[in-house]
Design a binder for this molecule. Structure first.
Ligand code: OOG
Ligand code: MG
Length: 262
């Protein structure tokens, strides 16, 4: 850790206010060039604590920048981890208020819910398979608080990996009935196909993102509890949306997820 506790608290408040007031800010590493990975996750943890103190439940974990398309789009090379809160959830087929967000983008995510705890180090895809209750599709709406969606890894980790909204849809399926590597995903905006990919785009196997998450948490003395909803990361690049846009994502074998931006 390079930053003192007061700086961590102040940066968490600064970034969370930017989220809640939907205004963009400059990258925090500009003013804090010495901050390290532990500082970045400590700021994110403080944002989580602030939300929980106000009564918001943490309802899921997420891996981000896990697909080659996303790493290339954002110019970074390492996955990041974050969380989602209850108030970020929107119903399948529902509306999302664009004005509450800065510059939202949508991305398709293969998700799981766990039925047993996962603890790193040493967690691998097989261990994640054994702990998977079911697979479910979602669309994540990311909204970096940084100007023009430009950031470095430490800044985006502190900003809770751009979490803003998410929509769970489709239908839950047993892992044994699916091949997550070849599972196809097609994303449409206003009826036009805008991107497509297969599950293997995420680290070769989407569950590898969960193993990495368990190992990341293990290094910090934490684990993934049973019953945790986990997003494994966008399979394609994220796409900017505008008010009036209809988003529909079809997931092979898992059904579809849709939403409208108003
Ligand atoms: C960071 C969050 C990335 C994903 O699925 O790759 C993410 C960002 O691109 O703003 O959620
Ligand atoms: Mg995502």
């Amino acid at each position: 850790m390079k930053l003192d506790q007061n700086t961590i608290l102040a940066l968490a408040e600064h970034l969370e206010n930017a989220e809640l007031q939907a205004r963009d800010v400059t990258m925090i590493t500009g003013d804090q060039p010495d901050m390290d990975w532990d500082d970045a996750y400590a700021i994110q943890d403080e944002i989580k604590r602030r939300k929980e103190v106000r009564g918001h439940k943490t309802v899921g974990l997420k891996a981000g920048l896990t697909s080659f398309a996303k790493m290339k789009q954002m110019g970074v090379a390492t996955p990041v981890f974050g969380f989602v809160s209850d108030y970020m959830a929107r119903p399948d087929g529902g509306e999302i208020k664009h004005g509450e967000l800065i510059h939202p983008k949508v991305e398709a995510e293969i998700c799981i819910v766990t039925k047993a705890p996962l603890k790193g180090p040493g967690c691998n895809v097989a261990a994640v398979m054994a702990a998977t209750d079911f697979v479910i599709p979602a669309v994540e709406v990311i909204d970096s608080r940084y100007r023009d969606f430009k950031f470095d890894l430490k800044s985006v980790i502190a900003d809770n990996t751009s979490s803003s909204r998410f929509v769970i849809g489709g239908r839950p399926r047993d892992l044994g009935d699916l091949d997550l590597r070849t599972l196809g995903v097609v994303l449409e905006i206003n009826g036009e196909i805008r991107s497509m990919a297969a599950g293997a785009a995420v680290l070769g196997h989407p569950l590898a993102a969960v193993a990495m998450m368990a190992n990341h948490l293990g290094e910090r003395g934490q684990h993934i509890p049973a019953g945790t909803f986990i997003m494994t990361g966008g399979v394609t690049e994220a796409l900017l949306v505008n008010p009036g846009d209809n988003v529909l994502v079809r997931f092979q074998d898992l059904g579809s997820v849709s939403m409208r931006f108003v």
